[in-house]
Design a protein around this ligand. Structure first.
Ligand code: 3EB
Length: 350
């Protein structure tokens, strides 16, 4: 698998020259995207890419995150769900419309919010596909939900999402605590809940960060059910090593620190990233021939306030000048006191 970020206008040109995915199953030759995600701040586009309504802060027409298969692969479209897989990995996405229905007046009497049940249903669908295709192990999940910090049903929507997510993991008999996949959960514009994911046939190694309480053990002050993710996941395919660092923020223990100070939050985020990388390198099971470093990583940076972009860029230039690429997106972060969140992906040939 290969990875790239590209400005979205290049994507539009390419889309015009390729056949759209309509049939249920298509087999593609190598170097076709196994997954494509278009990040943009405006309405929905005519594209086969997964669409996330989050504005790209450095390319005006939006950003495309592209996962390329280096082997022949099979693509499947099934209602809200699409996925494609080769010998080693499965990339999939589910896009659920209308998850804001729960803010209509009158619904508030319901016990279970629309978002909570939509999340649970989406994850159950994901697990059914993974079990059926025997790509049993989730490595990484990206979650984008509208109005993530808005309170409805007496509970912030991120916390509603966490209930549905944890319930689905438990119901499926999957690791909801130790051994959970790497993840992130961000706000988006529009109304769609968009979840995309990468799975493999072999169990990954979950990495934690000793500076932070494991997210799946956060106390209930952050919501009735804890978030379901590990700080990073590591795995090998026959030819490659994959390293996924979850969304990482200015949290020590379980508390947000440097509230109101985006520069200090970005520095603290790098203190956490440094430790996650060091912990991954210390894991003897992964037998990395070379330690992972920022020079192996693509960063995705979520910025709550677009006007703080330059402050964040200054810290990145200082702490990780050697990264392969950085993409900046405007997004709300799952705690309203967090101003920045950074995730990383590494793909390396064995
Ligand atoms: C944190 O460390 C910040 O709910 O899937 C980071 C990564 C965060 C993943 C998730 C949330 C999630 O708690 C927030």
């Amino acid at each position: 698998m290969e990875f790239s970020f590209a400005p979205a206008h290049a994507q539009a040109e390419q889309a015009a020259h390729k056949h759209r995915i309509h049939p249920q199953h298509i087999t593609h030759t190598p170097h076709y995207p196994i997954g494509e995600v278009l990040f943009h701040g405006y309405g929905r586009q005519h594209t086969d890419a997964v669409q996330v309504q989050a504005a790209s802060l450095d390319s005006q027409g939006g950003l495309v995150e592209r996962w390329l298969s280096d082997e022949a692969m099979t693509a499947v479209v099934n209602g809200d769900m699409r996925y494609a897989f080769n010998h080693d990995v499965l990339f999939g996405a589910i896009d659920v419309a209308d998850t804001l229905r729960d803010i209509k007046p009158g619904d508030e009497q319901e016990q279970t919010s629309v978002l909570q049940s939509a999340t649970q249903t989406a994850y159950e669908h994901i697990f059914a596909v993974l079990d059926a295709q025997r790509f049993t192990h989730l490595l990484r999940i990206w979650n984008y939900l509208p109005q993530i910090n808005t309170e409805t049903f007496g509970l912030e929507r991120y916390r509603q999402f966490n209930i549905g997510r944890q319930e689905a993991f438990l119901k499926a008999g999957r690791a909801a605590f130790k051994g959970a996949p790497a993840a992130c959960a961000l706000g988006s514009q529009g109304e769609h809940l968009v979840i995309y994911f990468i799975a493999a046939r072999n169990e990954p190694i979950a990495i934690e960060n000793p500076r932070q309480v494991s997210a799946y053990h956060y106390p209930t002050q952050y919501g009735p059910k804890a978030p379901t993710f590990s700080r990073a996941s590591l795995t090998h395919t026959a030819s490659q090593s994959l390293f996924f660092i979850s969304g990482t923020a200015s949290i020590i223990g379980h508390e947000s620190v440097h509230v109101g100070d985006v520069t200090a939050q970005t520095q603290e985020t790098f203190n956490n990233l440094d430790v996650v990388i060091a912990n991954a390198n210390a894991n003897t099971v992964t037998q990395a021939k070379q330690p992972w470093s920022y020079a192996d990583l693509y960063l995705k940076v979520y910025v709550r306030h677009a006007q703080e972009l330059d402050l964040i860029k200054t810290v990145i230039a200082q702490r990780a000048p050697q990264v392969l690429a950085v993409a900046y997106l405007q997004a709300d972060i799952c705690r309203d006191d967090l101003l920045v969140e950074i995730e990383a992906t590494g793909i390396r040939d064995n």
